[in-house]
Design a binder for this molecule. Structure first.
Ligand code: GLY
Ligand code: MN
Length: 385
């Protein structure tokens, strides 16, 4: 999504969503007592500029001074080979470039000094590579340092309409592929987990998704007891539970949903009981989501169902996590997180039961917190068939 490419409006007014986000970020920096922020290729940079790029070995920084700075204009310092891309994708007013063979630390020092950011408290991307944080220390030896999430987490946690539209569409694409899997039925028997993961990736692309939003989990039989198994050479057998956790991206935003299906036969009674418990726990978790409710209360609501059924020790992770440009972000639905849920937050609700050496079961939907409850983004059935 390159907002700034759609930016219109009168000069001096913030227009595209990314420009508005940069303004709000500058205000947040002021509020948390930071002089400025330095992002590198990351979800934060994408959120603030619309430019999405993998981190690489070249120095690539977005600098945003706090709103009261004498020189408050954000600036990008980019490797010269990115110049056209960056200028096309963003409206950041100043783009400085450096060429291979130049000293990028000197260019960084100059930019920070020009923005009055050679001292004071600077927030850096939480995921910034250590080699770049070291170079920033060298470029601004008198500065002190903190993490960008201090200013940005609160902005990113509530999704705007454009973000919600992308998340809804990404969820619909993934739901469609669950329906495709149900149709595949007995034809999945004998496929390896890896072959089915490839098949899922192809269907996601056919339905309009872009790539996979994380390594697809196809966890057959006993592999399902490892919540983040991924996929391997194990062949899928008739009637065994297969944990299927996958997603794709639409306009940069991911889906993340899980169904546990059985192909070509009925699962055991022991599994059927577990599936029913997880389904009820998931429904209880979704039911608990509303504004003002502490995140931990959603975890408790789902966990109580599983504990009451005697499987408490087999639910080995939190109930959910926020979803935005990052697949895992705040708010975390976990014991001890008293943060109240707010309209616009999007999170997963994904209880599971994992029985070592036997099988696993997880059911996961994304929900968006609304003014009076929540809306499920995933609508496909939650049964195993
Ligand atoms: N899939 C569960 C978690 O990572 O929270
Ligand atoms: Mn998830």
């Amino acid at each position: 999504m390159t907002d700034d490419a759609h930016a219109g409006g009168s000069a001096g007014e913030p227009t595209g969503p990314h420009e508005r986000r940069r303004e709000r970020a500058a205000e947040r920096l002021e509020a948390v007592g930071a002089a400025g922020l330095v992002a590198f290729p990351s979800r934060n940079l994408q959120y603030l500029t619309g430019f999405a790029e993998e981190p690489g070995e070249r120095h690539f920084f977005l600098v945003i001074p706090a709103s009261s700075a004498t020189e408050p204009e954000p600036a990008l310092l980019a490797p010269a080979l990115y110049e056209t891309q960056v200028r096309e994708a963003t409206t950041v007013g100043e783009v400085r470039t450096w060429n291979d063979g130049d000293d990028p630390v000197a260019a960084t020092r100059e930019l920070l000094a020009d923005r009055g950011l050679d001292a004071g408290r600077l927030l850096v991307d939480d995921t910034m590579w250590a080699r770049f944080t070291q170079d920033l220390r060298a470029a601004a030896p008198d500065a002190t340092w903190g993490l960008a999430s201090e200013a940005l987490a609160d902005l990113r946690v509530r999704k705007d309409e454009a973000e919600l539209a992308a998340l809804r569409e990404a969820a619909a694409v993934a739901d469609g592929v669950v329906d495709d899997l149900r149709e595949l039925g007995a034809d999945a028997v004998g496929m390896t987990e890896a072959a089915l993961a490839d098949w899922i990736a192809e269907r996601l692309a056919e339905r309009g998704g872009r790539g996979v939003s994380f390594e697809t989990v196809v966890a057959a039989g006993e592999n399902g007891a490892k919540p983040h198994h991924g996929h391997g050479d194990r062949e899928i057998r008739a009637g065994e539970p297969v944990v299927l956790d996958f997603g794709t991206r639409v306009d940069g935003y991911p889906s993340d949903q899980t169904r546990t299906l059985a192909f070509g036969g009925e699962p055991s009674e022991a599994y059927a009981e577990v599936h029913q418990v997880v389904r009820e726990a998931q429904a209880a978790g979704v039911e608990a989501v509303e504004p003002g409710v502490p995140a931990a209360a959603v975890d408790r609501a789902a966990r109580e169902v599983i504990e009451a059924a005697g499987y408490g020790d087999a639910f080995v992770h939190r109930t959910g996590h926020g979803v935005g440009l990052d697949v895992h972000e705040e708010p975390y639905l976990v014991a001890g997180n008293d943060r109240p849920l707010e309209p616009g937050m999007v999170c997963s609700v994904e209880p599971g039961i994992y029985l070592d050496g036997r099988f696993g079961c997880r059911i996961e939907d994304l929900v968006v917190v609304t003014e009076d409850g929540c809306e499920r983004l995933n609508r496909t059935g939650r049964g195993w068939a």
